[in-house]
Ligand binder design. Structure first.
Ligand code: GLY
Length: 280
């Protein structure tokens, strides 16, 4: 996520790494160094009632600021999800490993704290050639991973969340019911993000058709919608393929007048390339 520096992309040598550590330690108390995993990233958002872990369909985020997955890491610049609960680059064993790691972490939390963890366990994973590897958990849904799921969600979300908050509530819950559609979200951010975002820029939302605009860093100032944070809007659309959902999302983005904002123009690109090569 934001602030993470990856060897090979953001620095190369050990000396460069030490230089970066020294610079970071001027402003913060510590630097966390982790093993680097090579592979594609996927987000597995689960609900947990302490014991039972229920997975939701996988989502792929786009962490880098620039098209082609270049530049600094951000909180996420866009995401997509597919109808089949998986991702084409994953083996069934990757997903099972992700779920199993999550179950074991839930059990360890209970054992170590003496109380069950009830809520969302959102794991960020990398599918390496040796299997799924965990990067981090968040005790919340992902942003912008949640948006694509909510567009497809067909059941009663409150009922599902209440089940997670109840002892044994998820024991009989299978997969949450989602529509058989592809969903894609594009984040519009304020210029300067992920550094210092330009706040106060005017936003005018035109006709976005069937797409939905989720507000994040917005405020109303003198009856005018303005940017009030780094990631400002999430434009989410459904389609019969990722290519279709991408076209609908960018048509909606183009209907939004936000001169001090920007977005990536290639969200979902890996899957669009796959769909194109499957069609050939
Ligand atoms: N998309 C990353 C996060 O929600 O932390």
């Amino acid at each position: 996520g934001k602030g993470v520096l990856v060897q090979g992309d953001h620095f190369s040598t050990k000396d460069e790494a030490l230089g970066l550590c020294r610079r970071i330690l001027k402003d913060t108390a510590s630097v966390l160094i982790e093993e680097k995993f090579d592979g594609e990233e996927f987000s597995l958002q689960c609900l947990c009632d302490g014991k039972t872990v229920v997975g939701t369909p996988l989502v792929q985020d786009h962490k880098r600021r620039f098209d082609g997955d270049c530049g600094p890491n951000t909180g996420g610049m866009g995401s997509y999800s597919l109808p089949d609960h998986s991702m084409p680059f994953l083996r069934p064993s990757d997903i099972e490993e992700g779920l199993e790691i999550t179950r074991r972490v839930a059990a360890a939390l209970w054992e170590e704290t003496g109380s069950p963890y009830k809520g969302v366990m959102y794991g960020g994973f990398i599918a390496t050639k040796n299997g799924a590897r965990l990067l981090e958990y968040n005790a919340r849904f992902g942003d912008p991973e949640c948006q694509v799921l909510m567009m497809r969600f067909e059941g009663d979300l409150v009922e599902l969340l209440l089940a997670a908050a109840t002892d044994g509530g998820l024991a009989n819950v299978n997969r949450p019911r989602l529509s058989d559609e592809y969903a894609l979200t594009v984040v519009m951010a304020a210029k300067g993000y992920p550094g210092t975002p330009e706040k106060g820029g005017h936003i005018r939302i035109g006709n976005v058709g069937a797409a939905r605009v989720f507000h994040a860093g917005t405020a109303v100032n003198d009856s005018q919608l303005v940017a009030n944070g780094g990631r400002v809007l999430n434009i989410t659309a459904l389609g019969s393929s990722v290519t279709d959902a991408q076209a609908a999302a960018y048509a909606a983005v183009d209907a939004i007048d936000f001169p001090s904002g920007f977005c990536r123009r290639d969200i979902g690109w890996r899957e669009v390339v796959r769909e194109r090569s499957d069609a050939e």
